[in-house]
Write a protein that binds this ligand. Structure first.
Ligand SMILES: O=C(O)CCC(=O)C(=O)O
Ligand SMILES: [Fe+2]
Length: 292
């Protein structure tokens, strides 16, 4: 029984636009076509959008859950962040990307606020979704991001709020836009700005210095699914210039099992850490040696 929605509980397949995207049937022609579309998008610019991925009922249920929880969103005390969302590096010059701090004012509804009874939880833990994403990425398997605070979250962008240029900890993210900003609140990104082998500091610096030549802006609409490689593509959300909140559901996946965010980053962004964060600090699992 769904105690939140007060109406019939929707199955994961009912949350999505299943007729168009029967993703639990990998051999279906429609699924094959959408996999190809995503693969082309990812290869061309590290990002792909699936229009109207959510069913109208699914969008309604997920939005309702997010709106109910948005008063509990966490807003960091620290408002100036670098692209690595870490403390910076005093041994480097002040204009080095590690020491360039920009305003970040958005908030997050964290994973722990979405119990097992929620539609968001059901969708995130739906095995066919994970398998579908792995196929799109040409990987044998994909793993849920095991961070108990930030694996599946909602980014809340109130009027005036923004999220600075940054890289994610986890490799793959899907986002579902639940409520668009009336104006502003654009997702902008630079595909593949860094690679697992190279931080590409000079290229990061150019973006921070205002070079927009490599920047792409996404046309994302409510109910769309965005497929994104956030560990390698620098990205930001521009200021919400409308009068209503922008709400975006984020589900994260990793290449290796057992990835958990760093204590400092998670505490700062999401306001809480768990014993799992401290445990993973001793034995950090990452598929590369990049900063996060
Ligand atoms: O809100 C968005 O579109 C992206 C949020 C994001 O980049 C993040 O939470 O790491
Ligand atoms: Fe991000």
């Amino acid at each position: 029984m769904n105690t939140n929605a007060g109406d019939t509980e929707l199955s994961p397949a009912e949350l999505i636009n299943y007729t168009q995207y029967p993703i639990d049937q990998p051999q279906d022609q429609a699924t094959q076509a959408i996999i190809r579309q995503i693969q082309v998008g990812l290869a061309e610019d590290g990002c792909a959008v699936v229009r109207d991925f959510l069913s109208p009922e699914g969008l309604r249920a997920l939005l309702k859950e997010a709106e109910e929880r948005s008063p509990q969103a966490y807003y960091s005390q620290k408002k100036d962040c670098n692209v690595y969302l870490n403390e910076g590096d005093a041994s480097l010059p002040s204009d080095h990307p590690c020491n360039r701090f920009l305003p970040r004012t958005n908030g997050f509804i964290t994973t722990d606020l979405f119990g097992e009874e929620t539609a968001a939880h059901r969708l995130y833990f739906w095995e066919p979704l994970k398998d579908f994403l792995a196929t799109c990425l040409g990987k044998e398997a994909l793993y849920l991001y095991e961070d108990p605070v930030s694996s599946m979250i909602v980014n809340v962008g109130r009027p005036g709020q923004q999220f600075n240029w940054h890289f994610d900890t986890n490799e793959f993210t899907i986002t579902l836009l639940l409520k668009a900003a009336q104006s502003g609140g654009y997702f902008e990104y630079v595909p593949d700005l860094r690679s697992p082998e190279d931080e590409c500091y000079a290229e990061v610096q150019k973006v921070l210095d205002g070079d927009r030549s490599r920047i792409k802006r996404l046309d994302l609409r409510e109910g769309d699914l965005q497929f994104f490689l956030g560990r390698f593509s620098l990205h930001q959300v521009t200021a919400n210039t409308g009068d209503t909140d922008r709400l975006l559901l984020i589900m994260s996946f990793t290449e290796k099992p057992g990835v958990v965010g760093s204590v400092a980053r998670v505490k700062d962004l999401y306001g809480k850490v768990t014993p799992a964060h401290y445990a993973s600090e001793q034995q950090k699992v990452r598929a590369d040696k990049l900063l996060d």
